[in-house]
Design a protein. Structure first.
Length: 383
């Protein structure tokens, strides 16, 4: 397969797979057990947390293991909403969020009488900072929850500016970041971000599915989403998975070490993709101009005005080429991501946007195949 959907999930490389299989064989005991193998399993999770804390610059007790980003996001948002802190019953977010955030906020709005204020996006798909500031001036909030790197457009929200405005108007207001697409794509220093809650999904960096992280700053109080045996300081009950935790730590360490080289290669692959498309004889347009907005090179939203993206995706799929429209979650529902409908494009042009996401595992030869097949599809099916 020619794989250009790394944003949806990163394929597991052989190194990670071998490491995980060894952990499953040797480190699959219950970490709550008090015999030697169980104690070693518990110690391995602590060692994994220490390694993750070192790589992401946070404290070991600020890391919570979850089943994935959806649980992390739910825990962060509902954890604040249901905590014993004073409540304004109001949350500030943006129109560029993932469904995991939007559906959680919808739940709070419908079931808990929360008011959800949604910031518009600018032409680059980032939070409209002027409107964001106006909201902070006019209203009191329990939480700000924003995506860090947009999963459809690749744009990076201006977190430093957002934190600065929070500090200016409501210093004690917690901020939650959906950093699912940030890990492995930009340098992350969690303490330097100066936010209180951050969600991660580790299959996005090639860990087997079923594990995520929630960073919770030490002095931030949240109500746990899952109750039971009191694991993880009563913040997320349930038997931990030592094999996955240790594999997650290994993978985070690898992407941290390799980030400069990987980023350089992906930038060059994006440049090659742009050059190849420019040489092709068809209409296309990159939605985000990387000269005008801070963007990760991995995620590329490309408009093909002459053919619906769903048709193009299906034609490429028949050629064993994997791409996507919107996010993987919106693909499943045959819907475009909300962010595409908020870019003020020409009528129905949001239905013509293909997401091509790159990884350092891709090659120029694969891009040649991709562009050739797109050209053939447009020549045959263009409106």
């Amino acid at each position: 397969m020619y794989y250009f959907d790394h944003t949806a999930t990163k394929l597991i490389n052989q190194d990670i797979l071998d490491f995980y299989k060894k952990q499953l064989k040797e480190n699959n005991y219950n970490p709550a057990a008090i015999y030697t193998a169980g104690i070693k399993a518990s110690e391995s999770i602590q060692a994994a947390s220490k390694k993750i804390a070192e790589d992401l610059n946070c404290s070991i007790d600020e890391i919570i293991y979850t089943s994935g980003a959806t649980e992390s996001i739910n825990t962060a948002i509902k954890g604040i909403a249901f905590s014993p802190n004073p409540k304004h019953k109001r949350i500030l977010t943006s129109a560029g969020e993932h469904a995991a955030t939007l559906e959680t906020l919808k739940f709070l709005e419908q079931k808990c009488d929360y008011i959800i204020d949604i910031c518009d996006l600018n032409e680059n798909g980032q939070v409209d900072i002027e409107q964001f500031e106006n909201y902070l001036q006019k209203n009191k909030y329990d939480l700000i929850t924003l995506i860090h790197v947009n999963n459809v457009l690749g744009t990076i929200n201006p977190i430093k500016e957002i934190v600065k405005l929070r500090d200016q108007y409501q210093r004690d207001l917690p901020i939650h970041l959906d950093s699912v697409q940030a890990l492995g794509k930009i340098l992350l220093d969690l303490h330097a971000l100066k936010v209180e809650l951050i969600s991660f999904s580790l299959h996005k960096i090639g860990v087997p599915k079923g594990i995520g992280l929630l960073y919770k700053a030490k002095n931030t109080r949240i109500e746990p989403l899952i109750h039971g045996g009191g694991q993880q300081n009563n913040l997320r009950s349930g038997t931990e998975n030592p094999a996955l935790a240790v594999t997650a730590a290994y993978a985070i360490n690898q992407v941290t070490i390799n980030l400069p080289a990987d980023l350089d290669k992906v930038r060059k692959l994006k440049e090659y993709l742009q050059q190849s498309l420019s040489k092709a004889n068809f209409n296309y347009h990159f939605i985000i101009d990387s000269k005008q907005a801070e963007v990760v090179p991995h995620i590329n939203a490309i408009l093909f005005p002459d053919l619906r993206a769903e048709t193009l995706l299906n034609v490429l799929n028949a050629e064993n080429i994997a791409v996507s429209i919107g996010s993987a979650c919106s693909n499943k529902k045959s819907e475009q991501n909300l962010v595409l409908r908020n870019l003020q494009l020409a009528a129905k042009m949001d239905k013509h946007i293909l997401r091509i996401s790159l990884s350092s595992s891709n090659s120029e030869q694969e891009i040649d195949v991709l562009v050739t097949k797109i050209a053939k599809a447009l020549a045959k099916y263009a409106i």
